[in-house]
Design a protein around this ligand. Sequence first.
Ligand SMILES: [Zn+2]
Length: 278
Amino acid sequence: MRDEFTSKTKEILSKRAGARCSNPNCRKSTFAPHTDINKSINIGVAAHITAAEIGGPRYDPNMTSEERKSVENGIWLCQVDAKLIDSDEMRYTVEIIKEWRAISEKAALLDIECYTHLPTAETGEDKRIIRFFSQCFDRPAFQDEFVQEGSIEAFDRAIEDTITAINVGCLKDRNGNILFQCLGKSYLSNTDWREKMDSIVDMLRAIRSRYHLAIQLGQISIGGENKGKQYYVFHNYEVAKWFDETRAQIIYLFSAICKEAGIPKLVFPRKRKTSIYG
Ligand SMILES: [Zn+2]
């Protein structure tokens, strides 16, 4: 028998996540109005962290039925991410899912605590958010060109952390300590800047997908991690070029916002190395 959540538990889970998906890389809104004035649309799911029944993902036989259907064992996600966590339980462990929940609850709380700073006529708040994003891009993953072989800051995680920071307004170090805290991109009152940041997040996601694919296809070899740096070898020049061009586009797009905001713009690459593709 499945240990289903009660509607009360589902409601608590959705509200604790600020009614948004709890994957920090997503944070998609899950509620919206229905055409019927008396209804609303919900695209969110109260997902079980350890499965509701034997044989399901991360099932824990030592838990009682009560524990399995408790708030403690749930996470609010969009449908895509609810499917995702159940598709690979080796990758999406109990620890990782609980970390997602903790980050998203903090983000939801921060959204409320900062209500006095919510977008108003004052443009100072937008400027503060852009300055925060600028700090997030101030790292080797957005400064150093790829060469045929070399080492760079653990690339995939750096990109992932940056997406999270832009979405939820919180940048953490590898040990989970908060380095900078501000507001996510949805708080920008300048719609042009907000749309540009949406595009930048789409591009960052594309970088992650292409990076994973390139590893699978053997176009990049990745060595072990040492002090946050990772050794790499590119076997395909076109792929290396794509990563550099895409990062350059991101920094170019972001710099246009910086210029309008009157804060120092960024450049990619930080310094030109001997490039493999001339
Ligand atoms: Zn999601």
